[in-house]
Design a protein around this ligand. Structure first.
Ligand code: CO8
Length: 257
């Protein structure tokens, strides 16, 4: 697990999974997704692990998105497959995980990074966190379940605004609209998140698992394949090429209107 730092906190019965690709702001590429899958498998089979904390390395980013450099030259079918595979291998697995998963957002949670946090059962953030969906500025849309999970968490009106404007929210704004449950200081983020996990010790593991399954069942993701299709379709547009090129050149995109 080259891209993941996996530690067990025995006192709290927690696996702390840190995405460790700091120089690229922990952007999600295929290897990170594979390693996260392995880490979750490890946490699943450990009897002394009752919950998982997912966070990013460093103090700048949780995850700044899917790795734009990885998919910049993709065509429609590759984009569709990447989106679908990521959902099956990771995002849906997190959402349906039998043990509680808390995303501790320690900086930027953008695009696929915010989608990762949305898949978790509980989200907390440090005061410096910034959350947003910049995909439309790249000529894209969220492709890892963001269009499905966001409206269920913050409501359709706010979800439209977040995705269509690409506006980044501060941790406090995210807290106000229910996108994160708690905001902690940067220094205390993990400590306070560990405190939340303590309450799981006094609960039946089977009950927690059943609660997660039942809560999820009231949100059947009927629009999931629509999202992957729409995401992939955009790879055939000139505006997508311009959006990605602009990101690579660190400039604003000049889209055809
Ligand atoms: N992908 C690849 N590399 C990235 C990403 C990313 N998402 N984010 C940051 N990086 C890299 C930068 O390219 C840079 O690398 P280098 O040093 O080699 O130039 C390094 O990380 C540091 O980043 P910056 O120099 O840009 O740092 P700043 O502090 O100036 O800016 C930002 C920080 C604002 C976070 C900026 O990096 C940024 O805007 N990043 C991109 C954010 C973004 O657009 N995220 C959404 C990506 S698209 C997506 O997630 C789609 C999800 C659906 C996918 C479904 C299937 C693929």
């Amino acid at each position: 697990m080259q891209n993941i730092n996996y530690t067990k906190n025995i006192e709290y019965k927690v696996a702390i999974v840190v995405i460790s690709r700091e120089k690229q702001l922990n952007a999600l590429n295929k290897e990170v997704i594979r390693d996260l899958e392995i880490a979750l498998g490890e946490a699943k089979k450990s009897k002394n692990i009752r919950s998982i904390i997912l966070t990013g390395s460093g103090n700048k980013a949780f995850v700044a998105g899917a790795d734009i450099k990885e998919f910049k030259n993709f065509h429609k079918e590759q984009a569709f497959n990447l989106s679908q595979t990521g959902k099956v291998k990771l995002f849906d697995k997190i959402a349906n995980f039998q043990k509680p998963i808390i995303a501790a957002i320690n900086g930027y949670a953008l695009g696929g990074g915010l989608e990762l946090a949305l898949s978790a059962h509980i989200r907390v953030a440090s005061k410096n966190a910034k959350l947003g969906f910049p995909e439309c500025s790249l000529g894209l849309i969220p492709g890892y379940g963001g269009t499905q999970r966001l409206p269920k968490i913050i409501g359709q009106g706010l979800a439209h605004e977040m995705i269509l404007t690409g506006k980044m929210l501060s941790a406090e704004e995210a807290h106000r609209i229910g996108l994160v449950n708690h905001v902690f200081s940067e220094d205390e983020l993990i400590e306070k998140t560990l405190d939340i996990t303590k309450s799981f010790h006094t609960k039946s593991p089977e009950a927690l698992s059943s609660a997660i399954k039942s809560i999820n069942s009231c949100f059947i993701n009927s629009g999931d394949s629509v999202e992957s299709q729409e995401f992939a379709k955009l790879f055939e547009t000139q505006n997508f090429k311009e959006g990605v090129q602009a990101f690579m050149e660190k400039r604003k995109p000049n889209f055809n209107k």
